[in-house]
Write a protein that binds this ligand. Structure first.
Ligand code: NBG
Length: 808
């Protein structure tokens, strides 16, 4: 691979002058942050040089461009990743060492922008990485939230949300593109006018804001392709600073106009727990859609003039979940109102250009907007949606038996709501789920009526992860070891990891892999000690559940297991299990009371257990605050057990399961989401599966014969005791008992079947941890997980999108 620096000496010289140019100081007097900042800016400017070359190449070759619209891009820190992708990591590391600085220390100073909630946002970032690696002209289009998602702190066991000021010291990767700013109008009234015998429409008296793009380079591994992620920020169109108000001392009022505009890009909303229906969120969605489409069409006009019928040949627009669902109507609006195409012609262009990924089957997570709110905020767009809906109904094949049901379930406008998922399906030529079982469920339950009407639209694209970030960069010790035995081709082609199977029975390799794991555990322990003054012991098993808190993900089941093991040990000092540290991390949506109480329960149990000498030899519980990409990269490599315990049928895919597998953790999980593909690839002997299957869950629900109280009565000694302890003060020292959790399980009849799966789960955990006593066998399974994880590289995922959806 060609590096961006010809030699270490060249790097040092460039770096020194960069520091001087930015800070007016020489290297020796620059602060660590100055040093980080200058290094990132130096790499960013190299990246932009390659980006310009990439752009020119794409323009010249007439390559199809792919635009990935996502309201979240959880990009993580970029410095280390871009050095790796540019093949400059070793050179820069040595150059810095010569100067007396440490690369890892500088990397730690980079802000980690929380521009996503979890899996969906991180997937978007992994797909960008892989698009650049595969040489696809692929661009991210999203939002630049000033504060991102909240920062999580734990106080008295509770989650407390604070603002994350990730932009406070500037962000070295971004370039503000004032020249590409777009005016976006909200509200107003639609005015029709006639021209050449046809009616056209425009919206007048709108409230306008300026959408200003910031471009962040996306460096592909190999350094040949640098794409970009464009994120939008909002500002007032014109300053309306109220000097009178200011002179009166009403400073907030004086600048209210600016504050209103900036509010649109201030924060990222949680994607779960009834956070829907907020006007500001609807504004965000329209803003990044309209601004993004406007950029796309500008580029197209420049390259292809107004040959609109060719748009689908040169442009693919992918909508990540329903948040960008307005792409369809917005593109229609421009083609009809501004470019003056006829409806049918425009519609054919739109549907050939758009595609849609669904990420959830949870009904409460499928977006809807009240028609009243929607039509007032976006009157012209609403008219277009109405027309799409009318034609859908009009064209409906009414000779089909049961067409009324099909029509009702596929309608875009229903019950006073705009249904964004239905809009997305109707406007797209492709609809995909994110793991095999998820796509099956879409086809046979959630979107079954669409599937009956247009089965060819549906396809599966099992998620993937960037193996470069989550293995090579996060786990450098393991990466070195792997490269030593199979060479470094796996960085480029993750399927090469399969060659590790040769070493699965090589004792010296297994031994070294185990040593690396041990070092990774010690690294996490150091982080916990330094950042959170929590001590954990690397000699215990690291059992890890890290993900968003949600009832269906069943962190509750995990903590019930821990309570049970604690109880059994207290009752019987001879009860022995393999010494384990139970590690949790993840945020709960601020308005999601149950999820927040689950966090408090975990911390309360941790408080009791960690202070109880009777059990400390065998167990400790640790909650890592503020889960985000950067600490995730420390957690995955240290994990030995990967807890993937959602109620079967509920987790669309999961991606932490893949990251943990790749880092050699053994999955303890249900047959849900991509766990199924993990078991298929690694073999049942390499993971530990328990619990009801999705079919069994379905059947149980249909029969209606499940009663939580039956579970309680059938196992008073263990499960019953755990339930009772929620309210008997055993764990109440941190802010009280857990009545609401008890009610959720007992009075609401345990919707997520925690009690049903409890027995088989604890049993599976005991069987799995018992095998830890045989390190050779454990290490073999661990390495086997890595060896069979290559298929989960997002490079594979993106090639499937490219070949089967985008045809780029
Ligand atoms: C999440 C699913 C995960 C999946 C990611 C990425 C949403 C709406 N969905 O199972 O819950 O892995 O998407 O596809 O965030």
């Amino acid at each position: 691979m060609e590096s961006i620096f010809n030699s270490k000496q060249e790097f040092i010289e460039c770096y020194r002058s960069q520091i001087m140019a930015i800070t007016g100081k020489d290297f020796e007097h620059a602060s660590d942050f100055d040093r980080f900042n200058a290094l990132a800016r130096l790499i960013a400017s190299r990246a932009r040089t390659v980006q310009t070359a990439t752009d020119n190449r794409v323009a010249k070759s007439g390559k199809k461009r792919v635009y990935y619209f996502s309201i979240e891009f959880l990009i993580g820190r970029l410095l280390d990743n871009y050095l790796l992708n540019f093949g400059a990591r070793d050179l820069v590391c040595q150059g810095l060492r010569d100067l007396g600085a440490d690369l890892d220390d500088l990397c730690d100073l980079e802000p980690d922008p929380a521009l996503g909630n979890g899996g969906l946002g991180r997937l978007a970032a992994c797909l960008l990485d892989s698009m650049a690696h595969e040489g696809i002209a692929g661009y991210g289009n999203g939002m630049r939230y000033r504060y991102g998602l909240f920062k999580q702190e734990i106080l008295d066991g509770r989650q407390v949300e604070t603002t994350d000021e990730w932009l406070a010291s500037g962000y070295p990767w971004e370039v503000r593109r004032q020249d590409k700013a777009v005016t976006i109008g909200f509200g107003g009234r639609v005015v029709g006018y006639e021209d050449g015998g046809r009616m056209y429409y425009r919206t007048e008296d709108t409230q306008d804001v300026l959408a200003v793009p910031y471009d962040i380079p996306v460096v592909g591994y190999g350094g040949k392709t640098v794409n970009k992620l464009r994120v939008w920020s909002t500002e007032p169109l014109e300053e309306h600073f109220d000097l009178d108000a200011f002179n009166r001392g009403s400073y907030a009022e004086a600048d209210a106009h600016r504050a209103d505009a900036e509010a649109i890009s201030a924060i990222l909303y949680p994607n779960d727990a009834g956070e829907h229906g907020r006007l500001l969120r609807l504004k965000q969605e329209y803003l990044f859609v309209a601004a993004g489409i406007s950029t796309i069409l500008d580029t197209f006009r420049l390259e292809h003039g107004r040959a609109w019928s060719e748009l689908p040949d040169f442009v693919a627009i992918h909508t990540n979940d329903t948040h960008p669902a307005m792409c369809g109507p917005e593109l229609m609006r421009i083609l009809i109102d501004e470019e003056r195409l006829g409806w049918d012609e425009a519609w054919s262009i739109v549907t050939k250009t758009l595609s849609y990924t669904n990420h959830t089957i949870l009904p409460e997570a499928l977006e809807t907007w009240s028609i009243g709110t929607f039509s007032k905020l976006l009157p012209r767009l609403y008219q277009i949606i109405e027309e799409i809906a009318r034609r859908w109904q009009d064209d409906f094949d009414k000779s089909r038996t049961g067409w009324q049901d099909l029509l009702r379930n596929t309608a875009i406008l229903w019950d006073g709501q705009v249904r964004m998922a239905n809009l997305s399906v109707i406007c797209s030529h492709s609809v995909n789920g994110v793991a095999k079982i998820h796509t099956d469920i879409l086809e046979h339950t959630v979107l079954k009526d669409f599937y009956a009407l247009m089965p060819d639209k549906f396809n599966n694209k099992t998620n993937g992860i960037s193996h470069r970030r989550f293995l090579a960069e996060s786990n450098p010790g393991y990466a070195r070891l792997i490269t030593e035995v199979i060479g470094d081709a796996w960085l480029d082609d993750a399927s090469q990891l399969a060659r590790l199977t040769e070493f699965e029975s090589d004792p010296s390799f297994l031994e070294r892999a185990a040593r690396v794991k041990r070092e990774n555990k010690a690294r996490l322990a150091r982080y916990m000690a330094a950042e959170h003054a929590i001590s954990i012991d690397p000699n215990t098993i690291f059992d890890v559940q890290v993900k968003r808190f949600h009832s269906y993900k069943r962190q509750l089941l995990n903590i019930f297991k821990i309570m049970d093991i604690y109880n059994r040990r207290i009752s019987d000092p001879n009860f022995a299990v393999a010494p384990t540290t139970f590690i949790f991390s993840g945020k709960a949506a601020s308005s999601y009371a149950f999820a927040k109480e689950t966090i408090r329960l975990i911390n309360s149990v941790a408080d009791v257990i960690n202070a109880d000498a009777r059990v400390n030899e065998i167990m400790r519980v640790c909650f890592i605050p503020d889960f985000r990409v950067s600490n995730a990269q420390l957690i995955y490599p240290a994990a030995e057990i990967s807890e993937q315990i959602s109620t079967a049928g509920m987790e669309a895919s999961g991606t932490s399961n893949m990251k943990l597998m790749m880092n050699g953790a053994i999955t303890l999980g249900t047959l849900d989401g991509a766990n199924i593909e993990i078991v298929n690839l690694a073999g049942a002997d390499s993971e530990m599966i328990f619990g009801l299957t999705a079919e069994e869950v379905e059947e149980l629900r249909e029969k209606g014969t499940y009663f939580a109280w039956d579970m309680y009565n059938a196992d008073r000694a263990r499960l019953g005791r755990v339930i009772d302890e929620l309210t008997d003060d055993t764990f109440s020292a941190l802010s009280g008992n857990f009545e609401s959790i008890r009610n959720e399980v007992m009075q609401s009849n345990d919707a997520n079947l925690v009690m049903k799966d409890f027995g088989s789960y604890v049993d599976a955990w005991e069987r799995l941890t018992a095998t830890y006593a045989d390190p050779m066998s454990w290490n073999r399974r661990s390495v086997h997980n890595t060896a069979t994880s290559g298929w989960f590289s997002s490079d594979r995922t993106i090639r499937e999108y490219r070949d089967e959806i985008w045809h780029a």
